[in-house]
Design a protein around this ligand. Structure first.
Ligand code: GDP
Ligand code: IMO
Ligand code: MG
Length: 427
């Protein structure tokens, strides 16, 4: 099987890391194609728990080549911290490949991310403060610094000089911060050059050859459909293309090579940061999901906003990503609820919407139309086949499958690597 994409179908934290890890042993390459260390993927292997931010989840699978694609923004300090952290735990990271064309996150963009949020006040996005937005803005504005620039001091100095002309004006005159010198930026980045060099390569060529040889390449998204800069709840989004289209531009693998798109969807919904969220709960049920599901951010530790399953969002994700298979995660978290509401449509000022409203304002006003499904109380964390699930859990899966526009091929019943029910093979 050539290229397969994994995307988040909601607002992130659906369990993409676990899904990638699940496929890891059958995959030759795992490519992160968008975002940076704003992502947080928790992978549980036996009694070991790993939190990955910048490295692709495939790093944990021996024999699998982890790749940071051209579409990623790289905080090089964080990259080495993460590598050192894993190496200290016995994980071999030497196979890592980093695109020469990926952009780097300079310190000044981390500062700008944080001060911009403060400046926005009640209009803030609730970013992770990792410099993601300003770095992608620089990329589009053709003022970015790329990994390859680090190895050429003259070019690097020229680019930093160009970028700082404007950045320093903004830092000092708008935000009242100190100006940054060209030397401090260049020195910081150059200090990584020798250590970084062995990892850097033309990843598009590497991946093209891999696909041509019939190797399996898994393209792993950070963030999710509703946080995608084009298809998400703009402006409450991240600044990259987190949908399957972004997998092609962010890796250099042509769209015609992508055979399967796996959407990861939680059995309920969560969101971190600001922005509209129709099925959000502000009552005990929300607390129940947060506590049962351990819904606290892997990256910032913020409590995640929680709500019921939204099939309008899932159908939308199926459509814009071309989802062929869903992985329904965290079904076990719903255990113990008497009834489980599922959002089937929205009511916007008396008008029913079965599809995502085109206007963001309507989405802000969307009131969920719920269908109530009966719950179950049996522990399902040990179930390994669909038939082992209680009848009501089976009915829940079947109903959300019917509503969501693609089959539920895998069902997650716990955080562990083996805690999954495979209904249809993903590869
Ligand atoms: P990602 O950003 O999409 O990779 O997801 P996160 O790692 O941020 O959040 C998902 C969380 O759910 C992690 O703590 C996982 O260990 C956990 N998880 C994944 N699948 C399941 C599941 O089926 N059941 C339970 N209870 N936890 C799961
Ligand atoms: P994973 O890969 C959940 C959210 C932030 C904020 C918005 C913009 O773990 O699913 P940014 O720092 O990217 O400019 O912030 O996007 N956000 C995420 N929410 N999971 C993530 O990643 C996220 N990455 C960014 O909370 O609302
Ligand atoms: Mg996460």
């Amino acid at each position: 099987m050539p290229a397969v994409v994994i995307v988040g179908a909601q607002w992130g934290d659906e369990g993409k890391g676990k899904a990638t890890d699940l496929l890891g042993s059958r995959v030759d390459y795992v490519v992160k194609f968008n975002g940076g260390n704003n992502a947080g993927h928790t992978v549980v292997i036996g009694s070991e728990k790993y939190a990955l931010h910048l490295l692709p989840s495939g790093i944990l699978t021996p024999g699998c080549v982890p790749v940071i694609g051209n579409g990623v923004v790289v905080d090089i300090g964080v990259l080495f911290e993460e590598i050192d952290g894993l190496e200290a735990r016995g994980v071999d990271t030497s196979a890592l490949q980093v695109s020469a064309s990926a952009h780097v996150i300079p310190e000044y963009n981390k500062v700008l991310d944080k001060v911009t949020e403060r400046f926005l006040g009640s209009r803030k996005i609730g970013t992770t403060g990792r410099g993601i937005g300003p770095t992608y803005a620089d990329k589009m504005n053709r003022q970015g610094i790329r990994v390859q620039d680090i190895f050429d001091e003259k070019i690097l100095t020229q680019k930093v000089e160009g970028a700082l002309e404007l950045k320093n004006q903004i830092l000092t005159k708008v935000y009242n911060r100190r100006a940054v010198t060209v030397d401090e930026v260049v020195d910081e980045l150059r200090a990584y050059a020798d250590r970084l060099a062995p990892y850097v390569t033309d990843t598009t060529l590497l991946l093209d050859r891999a696909v041509a040889e019939g190797k399996t390449v898994l393209l792993e998204a950070g963030q999710a459909t509703m946080l995608d800069v084009d298809h998400g709840t703009y402006p409450f989004v991240t600044s990259s293309s987190a949908t399957s289209g972004g997998a092609a531009t962010g890796s250099g693998i042509a769209p015609t090579r992508i055979e399967r798109v796996i959407g990861i969807v939680k059995a309920y919904t969560t969101r971190v940061g600001e922005g509209p969220f129709p099925t959000e709960l502000h009552d005990d049920s929300g607390d129940f999901l947060r506590e049962q599901g351990g819904e606290f951010g892997t990256t910032t530790g913020r409590p995640r906003r929680c709500g019921w399953y939204d099939s309008v969002v899932a159908r939308y994700a199926a459509r814009v990503n071309g989802v062929t298979d869903f992985v329904l995660t965290k079904l076990d978290v719903l255990t113990g609820l008497e009834t489980i509401p599922v959002c089937v449509a929205y009511d916007v000022d008396g008008v029913r919407h079965d599809e995502m409203p085109v206007n963001q304002t309507d989405f802000h006003h969307a009131v969920p139309v719920y269908e109530e499904l009966p719950g179950w109380s049996e522990d399902i964390s040990g179930a390994r086949s669909f038939e082992e699930l209680p009848a009501n859990a089976q009915a829940y899966v079947r109903r959300v499958e019917e509503l969501s526009g693609a089959r539920m091929s895998v069902i997650g019943v716990g955080p562990g690597r083996d805690q999954a029910i495979v209904c249809h093979d993903l590869l």
